[in-house]
Design a protein around this ligand. Structure first.
Ligand code: ARG
Ligand code: ZN
Ligand code: CA
Length: 330
């Protein structure tokens, strides 16, 4: 009697546990090979028989395989990773928000496209100056970062404001700026007159989506129109999008600080202009500084590469569980 009650409870528990599970489609039955006796000398593969034997001792294996099957079919159907292209690269739609007081500040479509083109060249390592990399650093280069930027839309707004600061007002309609367009799936760029000689700034992964994106001064955006040397090759955006992808300044924003990337050398501090190679660091080991890295502060013409370590760090933002995984999803 006691035994029966226990058994009954066990059955009830089992039944209720099963009801919580989604209904499972059964594993496909492939023929009935186990009943077929192979002819002499015929080769056969025992995998499916071994699987069935394992399942008979371990029913949870069948459920685990159902999960794997669902995951596999979702991948094949391109659900959940629509923007991850077949070659593993990711396509990022870009919204350009233009705030202008003067007509010159209302930059042309050509200037906007020149910035998108520059981003694509630099992030695919198709920039011609990539080949200027000194031999010492050539094996450390990223190759293509695997990111394609596609201009999605342009939002223009006339303003009475002469210049903007780093307080994010340009990102808020309520403060005379422009709210971002779907910032969890689109990279928003704001082009405006920044005060204080600031060329641009980015929001790192992890911040509020309402202020997510990159701000670039109108005289440092793109490669034509209102751009002014030595920031006239669109590299301010390359640098800032690097931050948006979680890359730090190569000097780690401290004397001999770390950028959390182990294939970039330690830099004493930021470099400006166009340093003569080799520029030696004063940090431990006096390594040659990688002044041509996009995450330094050198002139546009003197920065032209990311490293493989920077590529790995940037790629981490898009994978499942990553802070920008929404960009990789449907
Ligand atoms: N955040 C940096 C600044 O405002 C950008 C430096 C970009 N460097 C460049 N060569 N474009 O100073
Ligand atoms: Zn920076
Ligand atoms: Ca480093």
């Amino acid at each position: 009697m006691k035994k029966l009650t226990l058994l009954g409870a066990a059955v009830l528990l089992f039944a209720s546990a099963c009801q919580k599970e989604k209904p499972l489609t059964t594993l496909p039955v492939i023929g009935n090979q186990e009943t077929e006796t192979p002819s002499l000398g015929e080769r056969r593969c025992a995998s499916y028989e071994v699987l069935q034997e394992q399942i008979s001792h371990n029913p949870s294996l069948a459920r685990r395989m159902e999960e794997i099957e669902r995951f596999t079919q979702d991948f094949i159907d391109n659900k959940g990773n629509q923007r991850l292209l077949a070659d593993g690269t990711i396509e990022i739609p870009v919204v350009v928000n233009v705030l202008y007081k003067t007509t010159a500040q209302n930059i042309s479509q050509t200037q906007i496209q020149s910035q998108i083109d520059r981003l694509n060249l630099d992030f695919k390592a198709l920039n011609t100056d990539y080949n200027n990399t000194p031999a010492l650093f050539q094996s450390l280069r990223s190759g293509s970062m695997g990111i394609t930027f596609v201009l999605s839309s342009v939002v223009r707004k006339s303003t009475t404001k002469t210049s903007w600061t780093t307080n994010d007002a340009m990102k808020k309609t309520s403060q005379g700026g422009i709210d971002p367009t779907t910032p969890t799936t689109k990279l928003n760029l704001w082009v405006c007159n920044l005060s204080g000689g600031i060329l641009g700034y980015a929001q790192f992964p992890g911040g509020s989506s309402t202020t997510d994106g990159v701000v670039i001064d109108d005289n440092a955006f793109g490669t034509t129109g209102t751009v002014s040397a030595p920031y006239n090759l669109g590299r301010t955006a390359t640098h800032e999008v690097g931050h948006w992808l979680n890359l730090r300044h190569i000097w780690g924003d401290a004397t001999c600080g770390s950028d959390l990337v182990n294939d970039t050398p330690n830099h004493n501090t930021a470099n400006y202009g166009c340093p003569t190679y080799p520029h030696l660091s004063t940090c431990t080991g006096t390594p040659v500084e990688m002044t041509m890295n996009y995450m330094d502060y050198t002139d546009d013409a003197c920065m032209y590469m990311f490293t493989a370590g920077q590529k790995a760090r940037a790629a981490a933002v898009f994978i499942t569980g990553g802070p920008r995984n929404t960009f990789a999803q449907l």
